[in-house]
Design a protein around this ligand. Structure first.
Ligand SMILES: [Zn+2]
Length: 528
């Protein structure tokens, strides 16, 4: 009776719920709409090609089915049903198997093109993430904030276990099944591993990778303590972690990085006071930096570092199990710099005084290590200089001085806008000096150029000049990941190993021009 009366009013709502095409988080923004249309177009195009080019190949059937499914799901087909995710996972497994094993009897251009199985696999992962976000939006209203965080904690744990099993057991299983029908040629038979051998090896790899993330997250947890206690003059080594409100000692199981906070729902177990999400975020950032460098710098054999030759034998086995100490040393030295930069950034954000003994410690370590281990000085200070103690002394000396000078210039450009944040003024110069000491004078000049350019764009787009050190941190991070690529592309116009005097003038001019513009812009921002 009631539904009959309300029916006319609810027609649109019922029509939306019952129709096959429903709005998802993708349809919430213009960019998302374009992305969903792009995915649909791409999927239909791919399905058509597979159907036309290799109609009798069983792989084509999988690719056409998954293509049609992706096209349907991209525009929100049957969104929000439990079975939808199950079908997507099934499609993901099938295209994933094709991507790992490769497709036989197919023109080569198809398996290496934008309609290759790996592309469909990636898009299916994206669609599953959209599905997950959609589910979250729908259940958002029902759960309280702590409940949501606890659920996120469980989901994150499951995701970690899933990744571990997929890498440790899933990939070897798919390879073993494929090898059963496609044996390796005789001369490669030595490289063949049984399922058990390969699963053992890959589980070991996954364990080592997880350990590096855990190491980073635990160090991040320690950095939180440093940022909180050091400006207050409290010992960073002694004393347990306590709730700042009720002084209850934080139990060991609640002190596990990231998961401890999520498990508590972001509240103190005793007094239910909200614990800042900054703690798990800092732990996640440090863990991610350690993990990123682990892939890009450590087990790649130093692939991101310029000048230095990339190790011939790479991977977990050849870098970590049979330790290559020069790469491991570089990795730890660079991770150390990012930890210090993060601490300085967070202290500036808190507007706390930067403790002098922290600066003394940070500079001592950054300067002493390359003197003791000359391998840590990556780029020669000048092309013709021989390597050795004198060279690495020149490296840290020149780097520190150029870094400090650039820090002073940046500080001068931002002085007006930073008047209400003196800690940021105090942290810019040592941060820049440390970057120079660790990466050398050429890199600090490049970083300053990119940083100034980035800040200029930011001022033009948003009219904001704050959070200087966060942007510096992100610039240094990106520069480090792309260090080799950039010194390779830049040739002789940018300062690097084989630079000339003229190659220094261009970046100096760019920095100077940016600084003048920024200085003029920040003058119009009156201090609070
Ligand atoms: Zn408490």
């Amino acid at each position: 009776m009631q539904s009959e009366i309300q029916a006319p009013l609810n027609i649109t709502r019922i029509a939306v719920r019952d129709s096959l095409i429903r709005p998802t988080v993708l349809q919430a923004s213009l960019l998302g709409e374009y992305a969903s249309l792009l995915m649909m177009g791409h999927a239909l195009f791919g399905a058509a090609w597979w159907a036309a080019a290799v109609p009798k190949n069983p792989a084509a059937l999988i690719m056409v089915l998954s293509g049609l499914w992706i096209a349907f799901r991209a525009v929100g087909g049957v969104a929000g049903e439990k079975s939808t995710a199950a079908v997507s996972v099934l499609m993901l497994i099938m295209t994933g198997v094709l991507a790992i094993t490769g497709v036989s009897r197919v023109p080569e251009w198809m398996t290496g093109s934008i309609i290759a199985p790996i592309v469909s696999t990636i898009i299916l992962v994206v669609l599953l993430i959209v599905e997950f976000l959609d589910g979250r939006v729908r259940s958002e209203a029902r759960l309280t904030k702590p409940e949501r965080r606890k659920r996120d904690g469980v989901a994150l744990k499951l995701a970690f276990v899933g990744l571990f099993l997929a890498w440790g057991l899933g990939v070897p299983a798919v390879k073993a099944i494929y090898r059963a029908s496609h044996p390796l040629p005789e001369k490669l038979a030595m490289e063949r591993m049984s399922f058990v051998e390969e699963a053992g090896f890959r589980c070991g790899e996954a364990m080592v990778t997880a350990c590096f993330f855990a190491l980073g997250a635990n160090i991040g947890s320690f950095l939180n303590v440093v940022v909180w206690r050091m400006p207050l003059g409290i010992s960073i080594v002694h004393g347990d972690s306590r709730c700042p409100i009720c002084s209850t000692k934080i139990a060991n199981r609640d002190n596990i990085p990231i998961f401890g906070w999520l498990g508590l729902g972001g509240q103190c177990r005793a007094c239910r006071t909200e614990i800042s999400p900054r703690y798990p975020i800092v732990e996640a950032i440090t863990g991610t930096v350690f993990l990123l460098f682990y892939f890009v710098e450590l087990i790649s054999g130093g692939a991101n570092l310029p000048v230095r030759e990339i190790n011939a034998y790479r991977g977990v086995l050849w870098i970590i199990m049979y330790p290559k100490w020069d790469v491991i040393g570089l990795y730890l030295y660079h991770c150390y710099l990012f930890c210090v930069l993060l601490v300085l950034t967070l202290m500036a954000l808190d507007r706390s005084r930067i403790p002098r003994r922290l600066l003394i410690f940070a500079f001592t370590v950054a300067i002493a290590l390359p003197l003791a281990f000359p391998d840590l000085a990556v780029v020669p200070v000048w092309p013709s200089l021989p390597t050795g103690l004198i060279s690495s002394a020149a490296y840290v000396g020149a780097g520190t001085i150029v870094g400090l000078l650039i820090g002073c210039v940046l500080n001068w450009a931002w002085r007006r806008s930073l008047q209400h944040e003196p800690s940021e003024q105090m942290a810019t110069i040592p941060s820049s000096g440390l970057i120079g000491a660790v990466f050398g004078w050429q890199a600090v000049l490049s970083i300053a150029t990119f940083f100034c350019g980035l800040m200029l764009v930011r001022i033009m787009l948003t009219d904001r000049v704050d959070r200087l050190l966060w942007h510096l941190f992100v610039t240094v991070l990106i520069h480090h990941l792309l260090w080799r690529v950039m010194s390779y592309w830049s040739g002789y116009v940018w300062p690097h190993a084989s630079c000339s005097v003229t190659s220094v003038i261009l970046p100096l001019l760019i920095v100077a021009a940016c600084v003048v513009v920024i200085r003029r812009n920040t003058l119009s921002f009156s201090p609070k």
